[in-house]
Ligand binder design. Structure first.
Ligand code: TRP
Length: 456
């Protein structure tokens, strides 16, 4: 392993680590995926289930990944091998595969966001927001913007931890937060937006009772996706960390920011949609784009808002994409001693290729490959990755995890055991149920939507 004798980088500052983790967490998951899941899975009922998953599963799961990363100071594959032995490196291999899949479509959507940013500058989408989406969602231009987004991601990651990722997130994350807060305050002033808040904030328990089979796996998948859990991002980021950090406190801060931004997105998006007379978004990956662009064309100062919103959205997508790429890059750099810029470019090229069908295949204007990749990645693969790491840590190496957690805290006391037992039984159990439901849901998607589409 050639990488071992070269000096491994670390974060320059505490803020660097937290901002990188927040930058990773806050992204398309909060601004694109979250509102479209809320719209698709029953509004506030979904919101409630999602919050439950964040607190009960997201927090303990993030701590698990942090302890693994900081304990080993290794990339995700190396970390799991060091803790669990050789068999567990295949779980690390699963992470690498998930990174490829998620970033491949993430980058296509990132390209859409860049496109909407330019569309706000030129007023390109004001005539017919639905036609605009259909036009930009798939096709050769889509591929071009996918390439641009990927190139930006590669550019940052190639520069390394301190000079690339840390510097980028120090500029990006504060801008995201400032713009989001500004937009949410503006949304309050919109006439007719009140209904949006009602839809978003009043849970309908009948929906929860009748639709839990799809709400549960959707909420679990969303919790993993939005917190960047289940594929080693947080292992990798924590591996660049020194021993004096309080991991529990840092997790709390990171989750607080991510959840805050997701809730804030709802507080921006739903009033804007209702104010423009559009109502909750139609389900589907394009919904939020069509609806928001439509709304920005309707309301006063809409295009200025569009520039701010899609500008912020581009930054948020980019600061997450770099974390997805970093998982794969750190693996190749650590394990094979490959030169970082070279590794980053080759891997970025590979991920670009995997995204080609996402950018080109259209089911009557609907980019259906996104659903194919996204449901598989979020609801099945991330949850599987999460369960496996939790089994390894909580069942087989709880002593090491507790020892690692206590560094930077002192004594973790009874809360440490609560954490381990929470993970050992209820968390893993709920995730297994969710995984089973996700398989059923994915089977339905394949047989009802994807296979009929492929057959024409
Ligand atoms: N959390 C990011 C978002 O919400 C996406 C993301 C970055 C991610 N890294 C990840 C999702 C790792 C799952 C796993 O947009």
């Amino acid at each position: 392993m050639a990488g071992i004798d070269t000096i491994r980088e670390s974060w320059a500052t505490r803020a660097g680590f937290i901002l990188a983790a927040v930058g990773s967490a806050v992204g398309l998951g909060n601004i694109w995926r979250f509102p479209f899941q809320v719209g698709q899975e029953g509004g506030a009922a979904f919101l409630l289930m999602y919050l439950f998953f964040i607190l009960l599963i997201g927090l303990p799961a993030m701590l698990v990944e942090f302890t693994v990363g900081r304990r080993t100071n290794l990339n995700a594959v190396g970390a799991l091998r060091k803790i669990g032995g050789r068999t567990w490196q295949y779980v690390g291999g699963l992470f690498i595969m998930i990174g490829f899949i998620i970033l491949s479509y993430y980058s296509v959507i990132g390209g859409w966001v860049l496109r909407y940013f330019t569309g706000s500058l030129t007023g390109g989408y004001t005539a017919d927001s639905e036609a605009y989406f259909v036009e930009i969602a798939t096709g050769f231009d889509t591929l071009l913007f996918h390439a641009i987004f990927m190139a930006l991601t590669v550019g940052i990651v190639a520069l390394g931890i301190k000079q690339g990722i840390e510097l980028a997130v120090k500029l990006m994350v504060p801008s995201i937060i400032a713009i989001m807060v500004g937009l949410a305050i503006y949304a309050v002033t919109l006439p007719g937006g009140a209904e949006g808040y009602t839809y978003y904030l009043s849970p309908d328990f009948d929906v929860l009772a009748s639709e839990w089979r799809s709400i549960v796996p959707a909420a679990a998948g969303q919790a993993f996706f939005t917190l960047s859990l289940g594929m080693g991002v947080m292992i990798t980021y924590a591996s660049y960390l020194s021993k004096d950090r309080n991991l529990a406190e840092d997790s709390g801060v990171i989750i607080g920011f991510d959840t805050g931004i997701a809730i804030l997105t709802g507080l921006i998006v739903f009033p804007i949609l209702f104010a423009a007379g559009l109502g909750a978004a139609e389900p589907g990956p394009g919904a939020i784009f069509i609806a928001l662009a439509g709304a920005f064309s309707e309301i006063q100062y809409g295009l200025v808002l569009g520039v701010l919103f899609f500008g912020m959205f581009s930054i948020a997508a980019l600061s997450s994409a770099i974390s997805l790429l970093e998982v794969v890059v750190s693996y190749v750099v650590d394990e094979y001693g490959m030169n970082r810029p070279v590794a980053t470019s080759i891997i970025g090229g590979g991920i670009f290729l995997l995204g080609v069908p996402v950018a080109l295949v259209s089911d009557g204007g609907n980019p259906i490959v996104i659903d194919l990749y996204d449901i598989l990645a979020a609801e099945i693969l991330l949850v599987t990755g999460g369960i496996l790491v939790m089994v390894l840590v909580a069942w087989f190496h709880a002593d090491k995890a507790l020892d690692e957690l206590s560094k930077g805290i002192g004594s973790v006391g009874i809360l440490g055991s609560v954490w381990i037992w929470l993970v050992r039984v209820p968390v893993i159990l709920v995730l297994l149920i969710s995984l089973a439901l996700a398989f059923l849901g994915y089977y339905e998607f394949l047989s009802d939507e994807f296979i009929p589409f492929v057959r024409g």
